[in-house]
Design a protein around this ligand. Structure first.
Ligand code: UDP
Length: 254
């Protein structure tokens, strides 16, 4: 990717968005048969899939915690997900993303309800275009609800970047590569209200005032994403209800 001369032209970003616009988002829950919960999610050119297993028995057993469930999170990028082929397997970056993402869900899942068990969250990045950790957190959150794992709320994640001196919501690859800063956030949202910040990372440089504005911008974006997560979950449960009705009707006919 060659460096563009400018990231913002006539007030618009290179993909035509305004500073406070998200990339197009697509969310579908319950896409994998074998997982207890799953989700496919697109955020712009990011394409990710999340699978949740559990609560289930912990192997190896010495990893069990008698007072709560152990949460495990694996972020993995497919070799074909990025411009230059990525070497398969974990690297420092994916280990770091897995660790901070696991900590988000440790704070949100009601893990005391499931002593001695494990909840495994796997996220696979099929295509990455900056913000893949935020896309994965959003997908994992929907997959956890799909699996019926009790949580204090929904996790919703979005980043704010700085491009040509201007704060931008949900930066794409050019803004991430050539911008001045990148701040990924995750929020805990309960009943449509932002309860707390569950993740905040920072790469680059921002003033105190810019950080304050970035939090406000991220919150607005997160509430929009939350609505789409909620719609995907509702759609999944309506489909399940229809299926149950069809099964019940089939039984009556038989
Ligand atoms: N990226 C890449 N190769 C890698 C890691 C990352 O090309 O080995 C790209 C990918 O598009 C990713 C972006 O760089 O989305 C930004 O990476 P970053 O570490 O900031 O994480 P992200 O923004 O995806 O959460």
């Amino acid at each position: 990717m060659s460096e563009p001369e400018k990231l913002i032209v006539d007030g618009l970003r290179l993909d035509g968005r305004k500073f406070d616009e998200l990339r197009p988002i697509k969310i579908e829950a319950n896409v994998l048969k074998r997982a207890d919960g799953s989700c496919y999610l697109e955020m712009g050119k990011n394409k990710v899939i999340a699978a949740v297993y559990g609560p289930r028995e912990v192997h190896p057993r010495h990893l069990q915690d008698p007072s709560r469930a152990v949460i495990r999170y694996r972020y993995n990028m497919a070799p074909f997900s990025v411009e230059e082929r990525k070497r398969p397997g974990p690297d420092r970056r994916s280990i770091e993303i897995s660790k901070v993402s696991k900590e988000v869900f440790e704070a949100v899942i009601m893990k005391e309800l499931f002593p001695r068990s494990a909840i495994d969250i796997f996220v696979e990045v099929l295509q990455a275009d900056a913000g893949s950790r935020t896309a994965c957190l959003n997908a994992a959150s929907v997959a956890l609800v799909d699996a019926g794992v009790p949580m204090k709320g929904i996790v919703t994640s979005v980043a704010v970047g700085k491009a040509d001196g201007q704060l931008v919501l949900d930066p794409m690859k050019e803004e991430d590569n050539y911008g001045e800063a990148d701040l990924p956030f995750a929020f805990l949202i309960r009943s449509g209200k932002i309860e707390s910040i569950a993740l905040l990372q920072m790469d680059g440089c921002m003033t105190r005032e810019e950080v304050r504005q970035a939090v406000e911008l991220a919150k607005k974006g997160a509430l929009r994403i939350y609505k789409m997560q909620r719609d995907a979950i509702l759609k999944r449960y309506l489909e399940a209800e229809e299926e149950m009705e069809e099964i019940a009707e089939g039984r009556e006919d038989a």
